[in-house]
Design a protein around this ligand. Sequence first.
Ligand code: C5P
Ligand code: MG
Length: 279
Amino acid sequence: MKNPEHVQRVISALRKEGTDKLQVISDFDMTLSRFGFNGRRCPTSHNILDNSRVISEEGRKKLKDLLQYYYPIEIDLNQPMEEKRPLMVEWWTKAHNLLLEQKILKSDIAKIVRESEVMLRDGANTFFDQLHQHNIPLFIFSAGVGDVLEEVLRQVEVFHPNINVVANYMDFDDKGVLRRFKEPLIHTYNKNNTVLEKTEHFQLLSSRTNIILLGDSLGDLSMADGVPNVENVLTVGFLNDKVDERRGKYRDAYDIVLEKDETLDVVNGILCYILGDLN
Ligand code: C5P
Ligand code: MG
C-alpha cells in the first residue's frame, strides 16, 4: 500500500455505510482466475479455447504465436496506452478470426472448460458466496470470452444471480456453430464506459455508490468509470508478472497491490470486515 491511511479510511467508510450501498466490480482473467499453479501458467478464458482439442494443431500454433507477440506489449508499461490500443484490437481481432475458422460448437464449450487447466484463485468460493449471501452485486467486466468464463463459474457452482457479466460473447448459428463474436470488442484498454453505453447496468445500480474494484491490469482501473455519483472506491490490484519492474506503477495506481498472491484472502478479509461478519 502506498497510502495505508487512505485505505483504512475507505474501508471504514465502506463498513459504516453498509451493504446496501456497495457493489463489487471485477476483472476475470488473472484476477478471479489464477495466474499460475505449480510454476505453470494457468489459461485465460481465451487460452482455454486456444489450447483445447477442438482447435487444429496449426490453429493452436498461430494463436500461441499471437500471444507471444502481443502479450509483452499488453503488459509493457513504457508504451503509452494510445499506442497499445490499436495493437490490442489487432490481437483480439486476429485471435477471434482464427477461432472462427475452427467451427467451434456451442455444445462443446462445457467439455472444453472441463478439460482445461483453468483454476479460480484460492478463496474464490468464499468470495462469491459472501457477495451472494449479502445481495451485493458483482459486475464482472472482462476482455475475455463471456461464454467461457460463465461456464468456468457454472462448473464450480458460483455463478449466482447477483453476478452480471460484460465480456466478448460468441454468436452461434442455428446449428450451434460459432459464426462471430458480438460487438463491441472489449480488450484490455477499452474497459470503460465506451463499451457499456448500450447497457443500463450501472444506472440500475445508482444507489450503489461505494465500490470495491479488483483487477490485474492497469486497464482495469477504468472499469468503474460509468458508475454515477461514486462516493468511496477501494481498488485492489493483482500484480502477477514482471513484479519488480511494475511494482512502482502499480502502487501509484492501485490502493492495495498484491504481489504474486494466488488467493482472494485479502479481499475476503476486507469483505468480511465490511459486511460485519468479523468484529
Ligand atoms: O478478463 P480479462 O479482461 O483479464 O481478459 C483479458 C486477458 O486475456 C488479457 O489480459 C490478455 O492477456 C488475455 N488474452 C488472451 N488471448 C487473447 C486475447 C487476450 O489470453 N487472444
Ligand atoms: Mg485480467
